[in-house]
Write a protein that binds this ligand. Structure first.
Ligand code: ME8
Length: 534
């Protein structure tokens, strides 16, 4: 095992598969948009990428929700997937390659085979367990993890994430010998210091494993909404074992060896920090037990907070992703959370902050730059992009600025998953170009009708337009619709072809946009905001 992929060809990115007990909220969309940006970035490097998302449909949490709604769990899951989850990803322009549902046969058959294999290898045994269980987490909790209830829950022990009382469960179950994997996991973390990110998450996991692991109950017998344990159909497989295996079954585990070898393991598992132990302890141990290669990285995002609490299905304060996209547009929505919150840290959402950043950074800095440049090429050159024959130091600084933005954004977004840092590098360049235009005052240079004056004017406008060409490529992963509009307005679609075929690593190659390209004043990139909805 090792975190370097052997002979595999696809850059494989995953999101968690989300529970279908309710509709998606801002928190789910946060992780999925981040994965989409990472995916598009790597595609734009010319790499083959596989982006997987899906839904987690078994377990008590889904079963109870379905019961409360008087439908079968399958009918409930079908409805939520078709009416809520898939439509939201489409709405947000998520370019996933597959969508796996844990109730699909392509998944359940392979889950049974995987677990049967572990059983045959002696990795699974029958035992008893009694402990506090949180249905919200679908997890047995360690007594030390619980918090004391107050108010209506006074005297009870609560799950620290859901702030709800845990249930005491006592069952005879099948157990996976997780405890035996502690030393191997610690060795793996030490050999692969980037495996768990951010650093705080890594430290937490290492501490946790150093305390010693307990064996993991991997079956349940008090309800039946799950994948049957193949050798004992009175049990269903624990929902988390079932769920984690999606990362293997979706890419052909046990079914399509060629596909599996060309994709597995994931380069990056994107998750929230609530499900860190599952992905960085249990999942690698399951893979070790089966002799399968381990993922490259597990990257945990922080929590979107509302009123100081983790945003959750029961604590939404009524904000849906669609409420924000209908006000700010899909692209601004995709941009905002990655721009405003450092990936890995918690962050709060507010209408005021979003509106202020939209107006100053998107509409004023970026949108106005694009429309001013197109308008001036129209006014002074009849819309035909002129040549930059009179470039000097000021132009060289802009060219260097673009090259630097490309290198920084490629490292930060493509490698470090520092989306905020990458976006800021691109917007610093937008600011630089704005400053360049303010200094050069093309509207004054235009009055100088000598050949030298006109050559300067041409150079200034070419420099600005060519800079925007670079910006369109760099922001395409984050705001694809806006980049496309800009691309067309620069006449680049016609002269250079599809934006998607522009490589990130070539985005800084100065002189890409040919003189003579037809520049038109396209649609406004970021329209003025309407009044905030009540
Ligand atoms: O845990 N802030 O599903 P889930 C940021 N089915 N991210 C958030 C968030 C918030 N307030 N709320 C949710 C499950 N998320 C399991 C996963 S994977 C094999 C099985 C995001 O519907 C974040 O990525 O509870 C978190 O880990 C995930 O949604 C949990 O989604």
């Amino acid at each position: 095992t090792g975190s370097e992929k052997q002979g595999a060809t696809a850059y494989y990115v995953s999101t968690p598969i989300y529970y279908v007990n309710d509709a998606p909220h801002l928190g789910h969309a946060y992780t999925t948009v981040a994965g989409d940006v990472l995916t598009r970035w790597h595609r734009q490097r010319g790499e083959k990428v596989w982006y997987l998302t899906g839904t987690d449909e078994h377990g008590q949490k889904i079963m109870r929700t379905a019961e409360a709604n008087n439908v079968t769990p399958q009918a409930w899951a079908d409805k939520l997937v078709e009416e809520a989850w898939k439509p939201l990803w489409e709405h947000l322009n998520i370019a996933n390659d597959d969508f796996i549902r844990t109730t699909e046969k392509r998944h359940t058959d392979r889950v049974q085979e995987f677990v049967q294999d572990l059983y045959d290898k002696g990795e699974i045994y029958k035992g008893g367990y009694e402990g506090p269980y949180c249905v919200g987490c679908e997890e047995y909790k360690l007594p030390g993890d619980l918090i004391d209830g107050e108010g209506e829950f006074a005297g009870q022990k609560l799950c620290p994430i859901h702030k709800k009382p845990v249930e005491l469960l006592k069952e005879e179950n099948y157990f996976f010998k997780l405890s035996e994997y502690g030393p191997k996991l610690l060795e793996f973390y030490a050999a692969n210091p980037d495996f768990i990110q951010p650093e705080s998450a890594r430290n937490e996991v290492v501490n946790f494993v150093e305390q010693g692991l307990q064996d993991l109950s991997i079956s349940r017998s008090t309800f039946d909404w799950g994948v049957p344990v193949p050798w004992d159909d009175k049990h269903v497989i624990y929902v988390w074992v079932d769920a984690l295996l999606n990362y293997a079954t979706a890419v052909g585990y046990g079914a399509n060896q060629e596909k599996f070898d060309g994709t597995f393991p994931a380069n990056v598992h994107l998750i929230g920090k609530d499900i860190l132990r599952f992905h960085s302890v249990i999942w690698p141990a399951m893979l070790m037990a089966q002799g399968l290669p381990l993922p490259g990285k597990v990257v945990a995002n922080g929590w979107l907070m509302v009123g100081g609490e983790k945003m959750s299905k029961s604590n939404l304060t009524g904000i849906k992703p669609q409420d924000l996209t209908s006000h700010f547009g899909v692209d601004a929505y995709r941009w905002y959370f990655l721009r405003a919150i450092s990936y890995g840290s918690d962050g709060s959402f507010s209408w005021e902050d979003f509106s202020a950043r939209y107006t100053s950074e998107l509409a004023n800095d970026y949108g106005n730059l694009a429309s001013r440049v197109a308008a001036m090429v129209g006014k002074y050159f009849g819309g035909a992009l002129p040549q930059d024959t009179a470039a000097g130091d000021a132009e060289q600084a802009v060219r260097d600025g673009l090259a630097k933005a490309v290198a920084t954004a490629d490292r930060k977004i493509g490698e470090e998953l520092d989306f905020q840092g990458g976006i800021l590098a691109i917007f610093d360049f937008v600011k630089q170009v704005n400053g360049y235009i303010t200094e050069q005052e093309p509207w004054k240079v235009a009055k100088d009708t000598t050949p030298e004056g006109q050559a300067r004017l041409a150079t200034i406008l070419y420099t600005a337009a060519e800079s925007l060409r670079g910006v369109a490529v760099l922001l395409n992963s984050v705001m694809p619709e806006t980049s496309q509009k800009l691309w067309e307005s620069l006449g680049a679609e016609e002269s250079l072809g599809a934006l998607a075929d522009q490589k990130v690593q070539d985005a800084g190659a100065w002189g890409t946009l040919p003189a003579g390209a037809t520049v038109t004043k396209g649609a406004v990139l970021f329209p003025r905001l309407e009044e905030k909805p009540a």
